[in-house]
Every structure is written in C-alpha cells, then in structure tokens.
Design a protein around this ligand. Structure first.
Ligand code: ADP
Ligand code: MG
Ligand code: MG
Length: 249
C-alpha cells in the first residue's frame, strides 16, 4: 500500500523529516505517536502534497506508483485521504456541494457516472446519520462555524463517502469530547477492511483504546525511532518520550 524509504523533507529551510522509513500493508492500522514538533503532521502534509513542504530525499511508493509523480488531486483520486485536508472555511460553498464534488471526482476517475442530486442527497443523509450529524448541517457552508466535534464528524463522513484506500487521520483526538471521539473511532472501525489502511496520528493513548492499532510507531526527531504493538502506546503513556528522544539524537 505505502512504502516510505529514507524520506527527508524541509519546511521553511528547516529539516524536519530526517530519514523516515515506514511500510504499510493493506488492511493495517498504524498509530504514530511522538513529541510535539517531531514531524508527525509534516509527514501527513508531505504525503498529501501540501504546499510549502519540500521533499529533499527518499522515496514514497503508493499503490505501486511513485507518490511524488502524482499531483495532489491525483493522490486523492488514487485513494489517499488526509482527514485535515479542508478545515478551512470556503464562503458560499455548502457542505453538500463540497462533498458531492469530491465524490463525483472520484467516481469519474473510476469510470462511474456522477450521482444525481437526489441520489447524492440520499447517500449523504444516510452517511450523516452514521456519524450523528444533523442533516441540516449539510446545507451549511463548508466548515462555517463548526465546532471541533462537528469538523471531525464531517471529516469522518467525507472519509465514508470517498472510501479511500489509505486514510491519514491527524490529531483526531485533540480537544474532542468523548462522543466525537467515539464517532471517529467507530467510523474507522466500521471502515477497516482487508484492502484499506489507516495511519492514525495521536498524542493520546486514549484513542487507541477505541481504535486498536496493529502497530504503534514513535516519531521523534524526524524519524521512526521505535515500533511496537498496541502495548507500546501504554508504555509511552507511562514513560513519556524522553527516553526515546535521547536514543534518536
Ligand atoms: P508534530 O505534528 O509532530 O507536532 P509538525 O510536523 O507539525 O510536528 O512540526 C514539525 C516542525 O516543523 C516544528 O518545528 C514546526 O514548527 C515546523 N513546521 C511544521 N509546519 C510548518 C510550517 N508550515 N511553517 C513553519 N514551520 C513548520
Ligand atoms: Mg503538534
Ligand atoms: Mg501535528
């Protein structure tokens, strides 16, 4: 699914990722933990092709293709989903329009016809129920005055509608109440399948009680410095990161 080899990346002339290696097979859920500023969000941004992130070395293979040869939109159409892709307000565009446009783009890529407005409305209403979002929400502007919990529910809804192959969820638990956390976790758990993989970036072990990962990685100083099973998250909760950061320098 994803093979990252010796990845180096810069942000504003500063080296952030410094030789990162990570392989993700279909069906796997990988949690990435690590201290603030380690480069976790940078990794997601580099993978999704966000502006301002310069790759200075290494390779990333996604579904057998060179990820860096793909434009941002192509990455999405190939099935890469970054959950914080659009926490910006887009004036004059409703949620419904935004979601329909992204679903239509993906369907077109797969040679499927666009959904009619009525078909999409039905699908969107069903999906909004799965994430406990009021259907009225679909008419609101994209992220216009959303609470943190609503943003997350909306992201999970988008993930469900797009059915990506690789989902990257970053800091999904920061500032979320327990209900929103459950929605995120249930959404991920519902969508787990042998041909879909997840990278879940989290500061807190708590989320991993609900989304049980196959692997837990520690990202420190721009590299994966430790990999373990779900029990590693508990160890980190207890011991912090300092012992690993020292090893990583
Ligand atoms: P994490 O998600 O692990 O907390 P980040 O990837 O957000 O870490 O940040 C890693 C480092 O890169 C930090 O020192 C941060 O200040 C810097 N950084 C990340 N994104 C930007 C940006 N857009 N502009 C400037 N510095 C950035
Ligand atoms: Mg951070
Ligand atoms: Mg971050």
């Amino acid at each position: 699914m994803l093979r990252i080899t010796d990845l180096f990346a810069k942000v504003e002339e500063k080296d952030i990722l410094k030789g990162l290696n990570l392989t993700i097979n279909p069906g796997e859920v990988h949690a990435i933990m690590g201290p603030n500023g380690a480069g976790k969000s940078t990794l997601g941004n580099v993978l999704s092709g966000r502006e301002g992130y310069e790759v200075t070395g290494g390779a990333v293979e996604f579904n057998g293709k060179d990820l860096f040869e793909l434009e941002i939109e192509e990455r999405a159409r190939e099935g890469l989903f970054l959950a914080f892709q659009y926490p910006v307000e887009i004036p004059g565009v409703s949620n419904m329009e935004f979601l329909k446009a992204s679903v239509d783009a993906k369907r077109k890529h797969q040679g499927q016809p666009e959904l009619s407005a009525v078909e999409f409305m039905k699908l969107a209403r069903e999906t909004s129920k799965r994430v406990s979002l009021d259907a009225a929400f679909l008419k609101r502007g994209v992220n216009e005055g959303f609470s943190g919990g609503e943003k997350k529910r909306n992201e999970i809804m988008q993930m469900m509608l797009l059915e990506p192959k690789l989902c990257i969820l970053d800091e999904t638990d920061s500032g979320l109440d327990i209900d929103a956390l459950q929605v995120v976790a249930n959404g991920v758990n519902e969508m787990r399948s042998p041909d879909r993989s997840f990278i879940v970036v989290t500061h807190y072990q708590r989320l991993l009680d609900y989304i049980v990962p196959d692997y837990v990685h520690v990202l420190a100083n721009g590299r994966i410095v430790k990999t373990g099973g779900k029990e590693l998250a508990l160890e980190l909760e207890e011991k912090g990161y300092a012992w690993l950061e020292e090893e990583a320098v």
